[in-house]
Design a binder for this molecule. Structure first.
Ligand code: MN
Length: 232
């Protein structure tokens, strides 16, 4: 057994619907663009291939959490996303087999410091500081694919204090889940515990301290996250 000079950090994890067991998180991959209307609102070409960025595994937060308003931003944005959880390793997974690698699905929110992202885009700098901050990846309970099936359509939505901001259908995904898993596995050998945030539809916007985001994907579940005051 390996001896560590400091205690090993806790294993980040997300809840599993209807179970006391949790899903240990290894890495978090996120798709940059995947709904035509959201791409149009940012002035990009919807035919571009998908690209990925990452967040630390310990950026996850459970549904029901209060996430402190993060530092360095005055424009924190919500992005509701379907999350696919990988259950089986794979490198260069053929599209026809890609769904066999998905253990389950959840509803997640890709929290984004939009002002920092805008600056990074302008300066051609990395996105990490805009995307990969503490608790930037709230993720609701995972539903095993054996129960939910592999969703290809159904409403995906997010409301802030009850007002619907994002409202779309998974059928609008430019790259369906099988393509995303396959394409992601061309760049990284996927491993059990990896989460893939599959992109957000149109309607992203700012969320402030004291506001509560609720969201859901038909057939998968819901998530509720409140933004708290900044940590001092
Ligand atoms: Mn996103």
């Amino acid at each position: 057994m390996t001896a560590f000079v400091l205690p090993a950090p806790p294993t980040p994890s997300v809840a599993v619907a209807g179970s006391s067991e949790r899903f240990a998180v290894r890495r978090i991959f996120c798709v940059g663009r995947n709904y035509a209307a959201h791409i149009r609102e940012f002035g990009n070409d919807e035919r571009d291939p998908p690209f990925f960025f990452t967040k630390p595994a310990d950026a996850v937060a459970d549904s029901g959490a209060t996430v402190p308003y993060p530092p360095l931003t005055t424009n924190l944005h919500h992005e509701i996303e379907l999350v696919a959880a990988i259950g089986k390793p794979g490198f260069r997974i053929p599209r026809a087999q890609a769904l066999d690698h998905v253990w389950g699905y959840a509803v997640g929110i890709d929290l984004t410091r939009r002002d920092l992202q805008d600056e990074a885009k302008k300066a051609a700098r990395p996105w990490d500081w805009s995307k990969a901050f503490d608790r930037s990846a709230p993720c609701g309970p995972l539903v095993p694919a054996q129960k939910s099936g592999h969703p290809s359509q159904g409403r995906i939505w997010l409301a802030v204090d009850g007002k619907v901001r994002q409202d779309a259908d998974l059928a609008e995904l430019i790259w369906p889940i099988s393509d995303i898993v396959s394409i992601c596995s061309e760049g990284m050998e996927l491993q059990p515990g990896d989460l893939i945030f599959t992109g957000t539809p149109a309607g992203v916007g700012a969320v402030k301290p004291g506001e509560t985001m609720t969201g859901g994907v038909d057939g998968i579940g819901t998530i509720e996250v409140t933004i708290g005051p900044p940590n001092r």
